[in-house]
Design a protein. Structure first.
Length: 392
């Protein structure tokens, strides 16, 4: 039996210069509902993509029905919309899944979905971009990757140049051992990336840990930010921290050893995210585990989590009083990581900030994407656009 016409067409227009496979090769399983699956094989040095019957474990998996595959073959933008709806399921490795979609789109337009690796100040960043216009830079949460913003890219790339970043220590970006992975480190990294991209002034969106990094950029470099969106941002603890004195003695390099079996880690994730069975959340789990189950990824995770716990509340909250950029805070009413009770304290320190509350847990971009993106669009739409000179 031959692959469907849509799969054959995608394979025929595969552009290896767009495909980003960090390992140099990849096996992607393409599943069509009601039909046999096919493996798309990429190997460095080969110009094309080979389709063959499934064999062994794939590196990534894309599943959809025939109608969805046909729509993707006609127009890549429908792929991101289908993923946001759950009609296109992407599993195991979202980086490779999206790289496949980008490489088979046939698009050469400036706003096409694209990957980029940027090196600056000894650091290596992996980016996912789409769209043109005012730049909107997105920073993921602790243990996440740029792929957690796929729904946001799909929703907002029609109006903005959306740039989703793998922060240092996560995803496909560099994971330097010995880095502090504290807010100052992440902020310095983000500013170095903006410099490398010739972006003088941007809209900045940060989720969780990425929200704390975005705040640090706003504290130290407010002139670089036009609009600041903070989704369940990591904030300094206001309660007692009984383990602080002991945690200061623990080195994050303990992460070089596997500290927790995968089933335990998955169980913790499911408790933190109430709606864990949706395709978008399952894909986000895949991305967390893909990094956390590597030695360097665990070191970065432990170091960043340690810094969150140890941050001195008095200094953080006094700095928040002087937050400069126009800001939108988005809270989840069922968030067990950054409880919505923090909103009251933020309002007292930043009375001019805007707030939105959603009926979700800690990941509004995947749990309540439509309302989340509408709130962002309304907020950014009310602000001046960053200078177009920065977008060139």
């Amino acid at each position: 039996m031959r692959p469907s016409a849509a799969l054959r067409s995608l394979a025929e227009r595969f552009d290896p210069s767009v495909f980003d496979a960090p390992a140099g090769r990849a096996r992607l399983r393409l599943a069509v509902a009601g039909e046999p699956a096919w493996d798309a094989i990429f190997e460095d040095g080969r110009r094309g993509l080979r389709l063959e019957p499934p064999h062994g474990e794939p590196d990534a998996e894309l599943r959809a029905d025939g109608a969805t595959w046909a729509a993707i073959e006609r127009d890549l933008s429908s792929a991101l919309d289908a993923h946001a709806r759950g009609d296109l399921v992407l599993r195991r490795n979202l980086h490779l899944c999206v790289a496949f979609l980008a490489a088979t789109s046939g698009s050469t337009e400036p706003g096409r979905l694209r990957f980029e690796t940027v090196r600056t100040r000894g650091r290596r960043f992996s980016l996912l971009e789409a769209g043109t216009g005012a730049p909107l830079v997105m920073l993921h949460g602790l243990g996440g990757t740029k792929a957690s913003f796929l729904p946001t890219v799909a929703a907002l790339s029609g109006r903005y140049r959306t740039i989703a970043v793998d922060l240092p220590g996560f995803g496909e970006s560099g994971k330097p051992l010995g880095a502090p992975y504290d807010p100052a480190f992440f902020a310095d990294s983000v500013v170095s990336l903006l410099d490398a991209l010739d972006l003088d002034r941007v809209h900045l969106l940060g989720h969780s840990l990425g929200g704390r990094a975005a705040l640090e950029v706003a504290f130290e470099h407010p002139e670089r930010i036009e609009g600041l969106v903070l989704a369940a941002p990591s904030l300094a603890w206001l309660c007692e921290r009984p383990w602080a004195r002991y945690l200061r003695l623990v080195r994050p390099e303990i992460g070089l050893l596997q500290a927790a079996p995968r089933p335990i880690v998955e169980g913790v994730l499911r408790r933190l995210v109430p709606e864990a069975e949706t395709p978008l959340v399952q894909a986000a789990f895949d991305e967390f585990l893909r990094t956390f189950l590597t030695a360097r990824g665990r070191v970065a995770f432990y170091a960043a989590a340690r810094q969150i716990y140890l941050e001195e509340p008095e200094r953080f909250w006094s700095r928040l009083d002087d937050l400069g950029p126009e800001s939108l805070f988005v809270w989840g009413r069922r968030d067990e990581v950054v409880p919505i009770g923090f909103a009251r304290h933020v309002r007292s320190h930043v009375p001019a900030a805007r707030h939105v509350e959603l009926g979700c847990g800690h990941t509004p971009q995947v749990e309540r994407p439509a309302r989340f993106h509408a709130a962002i669009a309304d907020f950014l739409g009310s602000l001046p656009s960053p200078g177009l000179a920065a977008v060139a």
